[in-house]
Design a protein. Structure first.
Length: 247
């Protein structure tokens, strides 16, 4: 049975999260609900749960420091502050939820946790220790992207990305709701994405397999990708046609 800890200095919010987790993931056992960072560290060391839902601003030790001290625990940050997104990304936490919690977003987080595997930092260390590991393989697949708009940093879950498209100077990140701009080149992005979930289909396009509704051939014989619940149509280069051969 999977186990989790919820650490929040506001007991009502911790109880609300525990209630939602019980509703959407009844198999998950909450083993402790500490109200400060010191207690959270003690409970994590004593009970060694599979997951930790951590507030960031807590008395004693903040959630970010806890995540750095215990990299083997799969951490989900639950906070009212989006300005810690960059630091959260650096600790390789699994997810970053903003208060007030949205049920749909929480469900996506639960699905991610249920897929299991090592905590990101531990997975990265394991890959690095493997014989003959290449530089590209030394990193766990990215879980989210940090995108900036003026003085604000936003966190975009990699699960929400439909596709990436390279422009002259930037890379466009397209989700169902909006478009973002990042500076990371498409080639570098491809090395950090999960190959089981994303594929390059054109020299300027990387698409999520989960976002594909169908692939059609136009009057000129060119393949075009139609997305689920999105009007954009993506080109497929001849070099990548083999990805869509009928089985």
């Amino acid at each position: 049975m999977p186990t989790a800890l919820i650490a929040d200095d506001e007991p009502n919010l911790a109880a609300e999260l525990a209630s939602r987790l019980a509703k959407y993931w009844p198999e998950l056992q909450i083993v402790a609900m500490p109200r400060n960072g010191v207690e959270a560290l003690a409970e994590l060391n004593a009970k060694q749960p599979d997951f930790a839902f951590l507030d960031i601003r807590m008395p004693g030790v903040d959630g970010l420091e806890i995540a750095r001290l215990l990299p083997a625990v799969r951490v989900v940050f639950v906070t009212a502050y989006d300005e810690y997104a960059v630091q959260a990304f650096e600790t390789s936490a699994v997810d970053y939820l903003l208060k007030p919690l949205n049920d749909e977003r929480l469900l996506r987080c639960i699905a991610k946790l249920q897929r299991g595997g090592l905590a990101p930092q531990a997975a990265s260390a394991s890959a690095s220790a493997g014989a003959g590991a290449s530089p590209e393989k030394d990193h766990a697949p990215i879980q989210w992207l940090t995108v900036g708009l003026k003085d604000t940093t936003h966190l975009v879950s990699i699960e929400d990305v439909l596709y990436f498209q390279a422009t002259d100077k930037y890379t466009e990140v397209v989700t169902a709701e909006r478009r973002h701009i990042i500076r990371t080149p498409l080639k570098e992005l491809l090395q950090r994405l999960d190959a089981a979930k994303f594929a390059q289909v054109h020299r300027s396009v990387i698409v999520s397999y989960a976002a594909i509704d169908r692939v059609e051939r136009d009057l000129l014989g060119r393949l075009r990708i139609h997305l689920r619940n999105h009007t954009d149509v993506l080109p497929v280069s001849r070099a990548y046609v083999g990805l869509f051969k009928q089985m």
